[in-house]
Design a binder for this molecule. Structure first.
Ligand code: MGD
Ligand code: MGD
Ligand code: MO
Length: 638
């Protein structure tokens, strides 16, 4: 018997193909050796997937809240009663307050084509309010569209013909391990640009340690040197770039001395970057993490210009859209255009009383959204009926009226694409323990609501076959091989001029400057708080199962000295949003003026998480993208 194919469905670049086995009631996993990106190994989190699958604390039966919201008082109930209650409440809310008072809040907790999108069919059918996503990569999406008309960059397998990759604001060794290993295997030089000396920085051939928010200046400085030393690809630029002359004049006025002072990167280092980057025709992996700040959008716009200067058509890695998955989501079921609310403004919309019914799946907003004190207060003080469908009793589930147990991807059929590479992979059921899939619950709810439309009852396999067919991909091949590569079609830049826009007409239309602009930002408190990814979690996931999480606050010794702090001291970290207590670790990896907490753990296990401090401000001109790295705090010994 061949082993079933699984896919790690987590919100992660790598989207690994897994060979799994269920024997003697235990799950075993290993990386698919045939898959060119997975290459036969799993990351440290992926290797522990069986621990997650078999976890004692997996939800087994639906729960109905019996006590105060957040108190953890629930009673167990049957699926029949739970579904009946959710359907009744949903119907009543729509009758009393209209369909737009219902919001479905979901994200990429599971990226399976069916299990990500199918539940949205129900909400489209009901004409409810939908999310305008902004928590993760939004500013960069907008910025790359400003320059290239798309955020879809290079196929990472094309790296085999390249010599240099720059990890710019991305901790690839933790967040894109298979990509990092691929770059090494292909023999590329690896550089890193980051505020923090990350594990990626430590493994890079060169590391450029930059001050927060100054990436736009650094990129412009590099562009200046490339242009003024005549290192750019003149023929390519002449033919394919819109606004080169104006851009050249724009960077002319910039002094390298100023760039160096602001960024903290020496003039010689800036020149070295420019010369070697041009000579080796570097490619840039533009990170998601670093663009979640007030400066993020402009920074991505500036960085995006660099590979084009040296002759790359799409010389960046950011997003990959290989297949059209819209059929699974079924927006065609709507009869009214969707009201969309910015994802980052959930608390604000609840406070305004506009949301009466909230259905959450594939997401843990009570860990992952910034400004948790505000969000939790909004949920407690307003009349919102909350339903959460999750594998575990997360913080979000804890604040819900009804909790529905989800199963895991090991327990159902699905297919996945990746936002990093060009493979679509098959995920087959291996075993069954507890809970129901996102699509199963959708069908049950549709039935309880008395909906007749056949699109709400399509099976997972029907949806998958239809999506594959619409993309010209073969189901039989996928079933046999476990994955297939979606070929890349020739493409051009989808900008107003049809060229790469150094002078961005789209940005101008939104009231932005035609060229990326530097601004320095200051907070009310002295220390900049960064809350990046942790090695062993995916945002909040695996906190309860994998262990090894690191809740410490990392501080530079100079900031510690100023505050009389020693390694291991318990401190209070505070600002106007909240205050948390944890232990301090002194490290030179974090520069002076910056402190670091890893992102979004389970507050119910730790008593706090980093998002009790982060800011929920958004960047309006960049799609209301999140800006929680623009958070400032202070620290004192307790
Ligand atoms: N292990 C692990 N892997 C993950 C995830 C996880 O939680 N854990 N999450 C997944 C998800 S959802 C995503 S979106 C990706 C995110 O993947 P990454 O983008 O790699 O993740 P982050 O750690 O959020 O951010 C990257 C870096 O940005 C740096 N940074 C912050 N501010 C600045 C700045 O102003 N300039 C520069 N140059 N750098 C700055 C931080 O120090 C950090 O090292 O990873 C995915 N993979
Ligand atoms: N401070 C700070 N906050 C951040 C970030 C940061 O860098 N710093 N990163 C942000 C980023 S990049 C992102 S993408 C967001 C992510 O934010 P979220 O989308 O909230 O991500 P997760 O914490 O991974 O939560 C996913 C949830 O889905 C559940 N789940 C998994 N599989 C299934 C399934 O098949 N069905 C159902 N129903 N549920 C399932 C998991 O158990 C988990 O509780 O967080 C953001 N929050
Ligand atoms: Mo993300």
């Amino acid at each position: 018997m061949p082993m079933p194919f699984s896919v790690c469905t987590r919100d992660c670049y790598d989207t690994c193909s897994i060979l799994s086995e269920f024997k003697d009631r235990r799950l075993k996993v290993r990386g698919n050796p045939e898959h060119p990106i997975t290459a036969g190994f799993l990351c440290p989190k992926g290797a522990l997937l069986p621990k997650w699958f078999h976890a004692e604390d997996r939800l087994k039966r639906p729960l109905i809240r019996t006590g105060e919201r957040g108190s953890g008082s629930f009673r167990e109930t049957s699926w029949e009663e739970a579904i009946e209650l959710v359907a009744r409440k949903l119907r009543k809310t729509i009758e009393d307050h209209g369909s737009e008072s219902v919001l479905v809040y979901q994200y990429a907790g599971d990226r399976g084509v069916v299990n990500y999108a199918f539940p949205l069919r129900l909400f489209h059918y009901l004409n409810t309010t939908m999310l305008d996503y902004g928590i993760c990569d939004r500013a960069g999406q907008e910025a790359l569209r400003d320059v290239y008309g798309t955020a879809v960059g290079m196929d990472p397998e094309e790296l085999k013909n390249q010599r240099l990759i720059v990890y710019w604001g991305v901790n690839a060794f933790w967040t894109n391990l298979h990509g990092f290993v691929l770059a090494r295997k292909y023999g590329l030089k690896i550089w890193s640009v980051d505020v923090v000396r990350t594990e990626t920085a430590k493994r890079s051939d060169r590391f450029f340690q930059i001050k927060p928010d100054t990436d736009v200046l650094f990129a412009l400085g590099v562009a200046k040197v490339i242009i003024e030393e005549g290192l750019h690809d003149k023929a390519f630029v002449r033919e394919n770039v819109y606004g080169f002359k104006e851009f050249k004049n724009y960077v002319k006025t910039l002094s390298l001395d100023y760039v160096s002072r602001e960024t903290g990167i020496g003039i010689e280092e800036i020149k070295t970057f420019a010369r070697e980057f041009a000579e080796k025709r570097g490619v840039i992996h533009i990170g998601y993490g670093f663009q979640r700040s007030l400066a993020g959008g402009e920074a991505v716009r500036a960085i995006a210009i660099l590979p084009a200067l040296i002759g790359h058509s799409f010389g960046f890695i950011y997003d990959m859209k290989t297949i059209d998955k819209s059929y699974a989501e079924g927006a065609f079921l709507r009869t009214k255009p969707a009201k969309r609310i910015p994802q980052m403004k959930l608390a604000e919309y609840i406070e305004r009383g506009g949301i009466k019914f909230l259905y959450v799946y594939n997401s843990n907003p009570l860990a992952s959204l910034p400004n948790q004190n505000r969000l939790r207060k909004a949920l407690i003080e307003n009349d919102v009926f909350v339903v959460t469908h999750d594998i575990f009793l997360t913080d979000t589930a804890l604040y819900s009226d009804v909790v529905l147990p989800a199963n895991t991807f090991f327990e159902r059929l699905d297919i996945l694409d990746s936002y990093y590479h060009r493979y679509v992979a098959l995920n087959e059921p291996v075993a069954k323990l507890y809970g129901k899939s996102n699509s199963e619950v959708t069908r049950l709810l549709a039935k309880a609501l008395g909906i007749k439309n056949r699109h709400l009852y399509e099976s997972d396999e029907e949806v998958i076959r239809k999506v594959l067919e619409m993309n010209g991909l073969n189901w039989e091949t996928l079933k046999r091989e476990g994955f297939l590569k979606v070929p890349e079609k020739p493409r051009r830049w989808e900008t107003p001029s049809g060229k790469i826009e150094f002078f961005s007409q789209r940005a101008v239309k939104r009231g932005l400057s035609p060229f990326p602009k530097y601004r320095s930002f200051k907070g009310k408190y002295p220390l900049r708080l960064l809350t990046p990814t942790h090695r062993m979690t995916i945002t909040s996931q695996y906190h309860n199962t994998h262990g090894m999480i690191d809740p410490n606050l990392y501080v530079n010794p100079s900031d510690a000295k100023e505050r009389g702090l020693e390694d291991g001291d318990t401190v209070e970290v505070f600002n106007d949003n909240g205050s948390i207590r944890t232990e301090v670790r002194l490290t030179e990896d974090v520069p002076p003026g910056v402190v670091l907490l890893y992102k979004a753990f389970w507050a119910k296990l730790l008593g706090w998480n980093a998002n009790f401090l982060t800011e929920d401000e958004t960047v309006e001109k960049y799609g209301n993208g999140s800006a929680y790295h623009s958070t400032w705090v202070d620290v004192r010994k307790v």
